[in-house]
Design a protein around this ligand. Structure first.
Ligand SMILES: *Cc1c(COP(=O)(O)O)cnc(C)c1O
Length: 465
């Protein structure tokens, strides 16, 4: 007697015939074929097409081929081509082809990276990548890595480890007792710390407003000798890569001050920490090995697919004790159990793509990628300057801040660039002035892409908003 339901029979057939997957593959190839040429931002028509998704939850099963067709027909045109060569918004990286292919394969595996017994392969690749990252970034051997969704989460973990350890040293077990009545922790950071740092502080009960801010210079770098007197209750948060200017805090100086006083230093290096992998840019991250914890994104500069961030913590027990969970059914093993290092228990095995990216590039390839992104940022700045645009930052990494003659002209030019479909940049306020932000973050960007984008800037400045 066959007890399979119709829906279940249908699903087995979908696996056996592969029609569905062949269809998805051919749509994906069509997307890849168009991604380097089509509009960087969706057209008005494509956005309008999204209305089809605004429907009530269907009561009955849908037709699988039609579902994929909707995504191809209405979804794909409404994507931004982050993976192409002319998307310069936020600090959004592309995906190295090998990592994309590895993700396809691992999507089929659908592994849960919580425990060794749930996924030995995820456990092994996390062990491998932890060592590789320590080597690549030149931080102390034995440093622990947790594989999380991005830097927001990585910073949360790093600051949680810091909070627990600083309080433990004062005889307070924050896991057990919570923060009410705990000794105070002083939080010291630069005036331009990233919004996600404040979010993490709020989530951890350390408060957004009770921080001590250190003045910054005109690039957004913390002025180290304007730091307050530090002591053993201090959590210092430095930045490797200002999200607008790309500038790096003087990390060596900050760490030296902190180390002498027993303070904890966390480095938010979302996109900038990768400078450590380049011989010509390593001076920017000088001293990072003296910090206690770091957060970094693989989905930005490294060009691993979303979502992939990493928390690194020199004192393994500090991270593990901050992330601990116990229950009788959780089977810990003597191999790596990924959930010891992350807030989540169940978690997709994002390390597969990270491993594939690092293996596909190797040390030399990472260095070449970092250097190339920086070189094209420099080319952008040079060409725009020649055309009478103002470049407001020192272009030390992959970020360029551009302004026209007046704030109104800058804003109108940015609107026109965004509407052009030729390239896409975001905006920001820099020292009170509106700017166009360029972030060169895709392996696919070429010199021609930079030239074509500069032409779009010139045209956008000319045309009325
Ligand atoms: C992008 C960024 C973050 C946030 O990272 P997510 O991966 O988006 O969570 C934090 N800090 C800096 C400096 C960033 O550039």
């Amino acid at each position: 007697m066959d007890k399979k339901t119709d829906l279940q029979i249908e699903m087995f057939a979908q696996i056996q015939t592969r029609k569905l997957f062949e269809q998805a593959k051919s749509y994906a190839y069509a997307y890849l074929d168009s991604v380097f040429d089509r509009n960087v931002f969706p057209t008005g028509e494509a956005i309008k097409g999204l209305e089809i998704f605004d429907e009530p939850l269907p009561a009955t099963p849908g037709d699988p081929i039609e579902i994929l067709h909707w995504l191809h027909e209405y979804g794909s045109p409404a994507t931004t081509t982050i993976t192409g060569g002319r998307y310069f918004g936020f600090v959004n990286g592309s995906s190295v082809p090998t990592s994309l292919a590895a993700r396809w394969l691992s999507d089929v595996w659908d592994q849960n990276a919580a425990l060794y017994v749930i996924s030995p392969i995820a456990s092994q690749l996390e062990t491998t990548c932890e060592k590789w990252l320590v080597d690549l970034l030149d931080i102390p051997p034995g440093t622990a890595a947790g594989f999380v969704s991005g830097t927001s989460s990585a910073t949360l973990c790093g600051l949680a480890a810091a909070r627990n350890e600083l309080l433990k040293r004062q005889g307070w077990d924050v896991n057990a007792e919570g923060l009410f009545g705990a000794p105070a922790i002083r939080v010291i950071l630069g005036e331009q710390a990233h919004a996600t740092v404040f979010k993490a502080l709020a989530l951890l009960g350390l408060g957004r407003a009770r921080v001590e801010t250190v003045p910054v210079d005109n690039q957004g770098r913390m002025i180290a000798n304007r730091m307050p007197e530090l002591d053993a209750s201090c959590l210092v948060i430095a930045q490797a890569g200002n999200v607008n200017s790309g500038a790096f805090d003087p990390i060596a100086e900050i760490c030296e001050r902190a180390r002498n006083m027993g303070a904890w230093v966390h480095v938010d290096g979302a996109f900038g920490l990768w400078a450590a992998a380049s011989r010509s840019r390593k001076y920017l991250t000088q001293g990072i090995e003296m910090a206690d914890s770091w957060s970094v994104d693989a989905h930005k500069t490294l060009n691993s697919p979303y979502d992939c961030g990493i928390v690194l913590c020199k004192q393994r027990e500090a991270l593990v004790s901050a992330m601990q969970a116990t229950a009788s059914y959780i089977l810990y093993s003597d191999k790596r159990d990924g959930m010891h290092y992350t807030p989540e228990m169940s978690r997709r095995a994002r390390v597969v793509e990270l491993w594939a990216t690092l293996k596909a590039l190797g040390k030399d390839g990472v260095e070449e990628l970092v250097d190339r992104l920086c070189e094209y940022a420099g080319q952008f700045a040079d060409l725009l300057r020649q055309q009478g645009f103002r470049i407001l930052n020192d272009v030390v990494f992959n970020q360029v801040l551009v302004a026209c003659d007046t704030p109104e002209q800058t804003k109108a030019t940015l609107d026109n660039i965004q509407a052009s479909g030729e390239c896409w940049c975001g905006g920001a306020l820099w020292n009170g002035e509106p700017v166009i932000r360029i972030s060169v973050c895709s392996w696919a960007t070429t010199s021609e892409d930079v030239e074509r984008s500069v032409a779009a800037f010139i045209k956008a400045r000319r045309s009325k908003g």
